[in-house]
Structures are given as C-alpha cells and as structure tokens.
Write a protein that binds this ligand. Structure first.
Ligand SMILES: NC(=O)c1ccc[n+]([C@@H]2O[C@H](COP(=O)([O-])OP(=O)(O)OC[C@H]3O[C@@H](n4cnc5c(N)ncnc54)[C@H](OP(=O)(O)O)[C@@H]3O)[C@@H](O)[C@H]2O)c1
Length: 223
C-alpha cells in the first residue's frame, strides 16, 4: 500500500521540493499552501489551504483530513524574522510574528495533528535548523531566528510521552543551508538535494520511535 505524507507549508522552497520528491518516490502526498503554490502544482499532490497562524482554521482543516492516518506529517512552514542581531533592534510585532510562526503555531498544530499520525510506524517531523543547536551554533549566528528553532526543539520534546505511547517517531530536521527564498541564492544546497535527503531520512525513521535531531544527510546533530 502506498505511504501517505502531509506536508504543512508546501507552497514553495523545501516544502514544495519535499512534496514533489515524496510523490516521485511513490508516496501519496497532501500539501498545504497559504495563498498560492509556487509553480504549476504537481497533479500527484492533493492541496489543502492553511495559514498555521490562524487557529480558527484548524478545526475545518482537520475535518478535511477525515480519518486519514499518515505515515509522515512534516510541519515545515517557517519564516526568517527580523534581520538584526539584537532583540532590542527588532519590533515587538516582528518578534511575535517570528515566534508565533516558527515555534508556537507548529506546536499548536502538532497537538491537533498527532492523532492523524499512524501508530507504531508514523513520523511527526518539523523543519528545525542546525542554527537552533547551542552546541552546533556556538557563536549564536542569527540568534533571533535560531532561538525560535531552539525553542521549537524543546517543545517538540514535550510531545515525546504522547508520541511514545502511540509508537510515533519525532524528528527535528535540519534541511541544510538551502537555496530558497529564505536561504538565498548563495546557499550551497539545492532544494532537490535537500528534499531527496530529507525523504530518505523520513523513510528510515519509520518505527524508530523517540525524538531525533537529524540533518538532510541523516547525520545526528547535538542539541
Ligand atoms: N532555507 C534554508 O537554508 C533553511 C535552513 C534551515 C531551516 N530552514 C527551515 O525550513 C523551512 C522551510 O524554509 P524554506 O527555506 O523553504 O523557506 P521559504 O522558501 O520561504 O518557504 C517557507 C514556506 O513556509 C510557508 N509559510 C510561512 N508562514 C506560513 C504560515 N503562517 N502558514 C502557512 N505556511 C507558511 C510559506 O508559505 P508562503 O508561500 O505562503 O509564504 C512557504 O511555503 C522553514 O521552517 C525554515 O526555517 C530553512
């Protein structure tokens, strides 16, 4: 039977690439978009609309999933946030938008989506970042963005008892520095290379259980 993935934030960049690669690897894929998708949508992908910051949309969104059990749900949506080093130089509005999008909304959505992950073998993944690791990002490069992913990693850990009870594997994923709207043109990793790697990491994680911090090449990262 075909595996089924739900990719949250699939309109462009890594989410769009991962959706296409999983479809190429014979997965059924449902992707979400906020307003439009980047290109002509792949007909193999089913599209649903969701702004992760609009919790009023969650109930109707979940109703559209019906009783589907996904082999993998990946919460990928994210933003860079304010381009400054110090919190003092960023506006409250920009900071709140960042932490809401990268940290709070992924967790609120995850608690709603956990029942839709297939027990025993299913994966609930989040696009985190190496930048969110205190051990890997020792100089605190891009501290504001990075801290939104550090906090995300800790909150994902809080899902572990519930995930363990149902045999679900939790992943904090680092996609590499990827050439997207966020990563910029100079980024060394292409969307395709990152997406192919992430697809393999997701497939290999099935049934592993626990909470793992992995990059797109399957390397384990320190927290
Ligand atoms: N690129 C990198 O080098 C890199 C490195 C480490 C981690 N990451 C993480 O990887 C993820 C994807 O990044 P990317 O590089 O592919 O960036 P991107 O090209 O800017 O794509 C971001 C995606 O998130 C969606 N999104 C943003 N806010 C949303 C919201 N409120 N509701 C629903 N969808 C929303 C965007 O939708 P719209 O099209 O509607 O804006 C888009 O589909 C992010 O979580 C990012 O932090 C990226």
């Amino acid at each position: 039977m075909k595996k089924h993935a739900l990719i949250i934030g699939a309109s462009q960049g890594i989410g769009f690439g991962l959706s296409n690669i999983l479809a190429d690897r014979d997965w059924n894929v449902t992707g979400t978009y906020r307003s439009t998708t980047e290109q002509d949508p792949n007909p193999a992908i089913t599209w649903l609309k969701l702004d992760i910051n609009d919790t009023d949309q969650y109930r109707a969104f979940c109703e559209q999933l019906q009783s589907q059990q996904y082999d993998a749900i990946i919460i990928n949506a994210g933003i860079h946030g304010p381009h400054c080093t110090f919190v003092d130089n960023a506006s409250d509005e920009d900071l709140f938008e960042l932490y809401k999008t990268n940290t709070i909304s992924p967790m609120r959505l995850a608690s709603k989506l956990l029942p839709y992950v297939k027990p025993d073998t299913g994966v609930l993944g989040f696009t985190s970042s190496l930048m969110g690791s205190l051990n890997e990002n020792t100089e605190a490069a891009m501290p504001i963005y990075s801290s939104s992913k550090s906090a995300l990693n800790m909150l994902i850990r809080s899902l572990r008892p519930n995930a363990t009870e149902h045999g679900i594997t939790l992943l904090s994923l680092h996609p590499g520095w990827v050439s997207t709207r966020m990563g910029g043109e100079v980024a060394p990793v292409s969307v395709d290379a990152s997406s192919i790697g992430l697809a393999k990491v997701i497939e290999n994680a099935q049934g592993k259980q626990g909470h793992h911090f992995l990059d797109f090449q399957g390397k384990s990262l320190s927290w």
